[in-house]
Design a protein around this ligand. Structure first.
Ligand code: SAM
Ligand code: SF4
Length: 381
């Protein structure tokens, strides 16, 4: 098996106290040995019996922004171009996971729209039989030009990162981003036929908690779904830890809610998640909230730190360089790129993926002092 720079699997692996013998690590046609990983229908299942249904595939580790929560001021180190999966490899990766039962594919980055000829790539991925939901997460800097071609190519859903509606704060949080381009991109996406666009806002204490209420009003007025994301301690930057080293940039979802309530938002249907009409299958917990002036809004919180959702995690990630990451917080060990370039067959790749899932940790351990010094842009968010 190709390794992405981790520990050797020889002799088996130790997973939270469960020792898995080496002979039980080979499955999916490579060995008849019984194994703790099963295929239920065609779904990938890990040791904690979580079904994997969702692939986040990174198209590039490059980005035209340098958000404070994602990478350091000088930008993230990027991989040599030759190490990025090429279009054939990206399409093959999608086919591989569709063959393993994945139906939801989200394209991410870095910034996916900076990948040259991205529209052609979307067309090829959209043509794969079996993908029920093809979506993208983007900063929208290039969306005004690309929304209509992306829609025609087969992209069905969009998440747009937007942390503030104040042009100066936007430029400061993204280190140079242009808010007007994002707003133009959102309008173009709506005109191109994208609906229920999800806005993603990472909330950083001292930087944009003042933007919670304006973002909620904006999303309600435009028919967007809004998700507030807790700032995760990943990102090669000390903004999370704060000056005191105690997580000074972190703001929990409960506090975000209080802030919104203070601005007139009512959480009447707090138990009624998910809100009607929100498609996704991701980790956000949605509620339909109301405001006397702005009306109703489908609002989600991604509480990766204060109340993690690892027990129901249904996703895997593949980085732009082809590394399979079973968990956001753990470095991957399987390089699909190396395996593909070494001539592995589809059946061998499928077996490697199932095998790698044995190493999926039961949960992350995000906490003060456990910051992952790795740019989110190189993982895919
Ligand atoms: N460039 C695209 C964008 O920003 O939408 C896609 C890649 S970005 C890495 C994916 C998502 O990760 C974005 O919504 C971004 O806000 C989020 N993100 C980045 N760093 C984060 C952090 N430290 N904590 C929480 N979310 C983060
Ligand atoms: Fe780029 Fe997205 Fe990271 Fe911001 S969050 S620097 S837009 S990859």
């Amino acid at each position: 098996m190709s390794s992405a720079g981790g520990s050797s699997r020889a002799g088996g692996v130790d997973l939270g106290g469960t020792r898995v013998a080496a002979e039980n690590l080979r499955i999916g046609g490579c060995s008849a040995a019984t194994t703790p990983v099963e295929r239920v229908g065609f779904h990938l299942v890990d040791l904690a019996r979580r079904q994997v249904r969702y692939l986040r595939l990174s198209l590039t580790d490059r980005c035209n922004y340098r958000c404070v929560y994602c990478m350091p001021a000088e930008g993230a180190t990027v991989a040599p171009r030759a190490d990025l999966l090429d279009f054939d490899e990206l399409v093959r990766t999608c086919r591989l996971f569709v063959g393993l039962g994945i139906r939801h594919v989200r394209l991410t980055g870095g910034e996916p729209l900076v990948r040259r000829d991205v529209v052609d790539l979307i067309g090829r991925i959209a043509a794969i039989d079996g993908i029920a939901d093809l979506a993208m997460t983007t900063n929208a800097h290039l969306l005004a030009e690309l929304a209509a071609p992306l829609r025609r190519a087969g992209l069905r859903r969009l998440n747009v990162s937007l942390d503030t509606l104040d042009p100066e704060r936007f430029a400061s949080l993204t280190r140079g981003g242009d808010l007007q381009r994002v707003l133009d991109g959102l309008r173009a996406a709506h005109d191109a036929g994208f609906r229920a666009i999800k806005l993603n806002a990472v909330v950083v204490r001292g930087r944009n908690e003042v933007d919670l209420a304006p973002l909620a009003a904006f999303a309600a007025e435009h028919g967007h779904v809004l998700r507030f994301i807790e700032y995760m301690p990943i990102g090669l930057d000390d903004t999370w830890s704060g000056a005191d080293g105690q997580g000074g940039g972190f703001l929990a979802a409960a506090e975000m809610k209080n802030n919104l309530v203070a601005h007139g938002w009512r959480f009447d249907d707090a138990q009624a998640a998910p809100a009607a009409g929100v498609v996704g299958g991701g980790p956000a917990r949605y509620e339909r909230v109301h405001h006397p002036e702005h009306g109703a809004l489908d609002l989600g919180f991604i509480t990766a730190v204060s109340d993690h959702f690892c027990a129901t995690c249904n996703r895997v990630r593949v980085t732009a360089t082809g590394v399979l990451r079973e968990c956001l917080s753990a470095p991957g060990r399987l390089s699909l790129r190396e395996a593909m370039r070494a001539g592995s067959s589809d059946a061998e790749l499928a077996a490697m993926v199932q095998d790698a899932l044995l190493g999926k940790v039961e949960g992350h351990r995000f906490a003060v002092g456990e910051q992952t010094y790795e740019a989110m842009s190189s993982i895919g968010g």
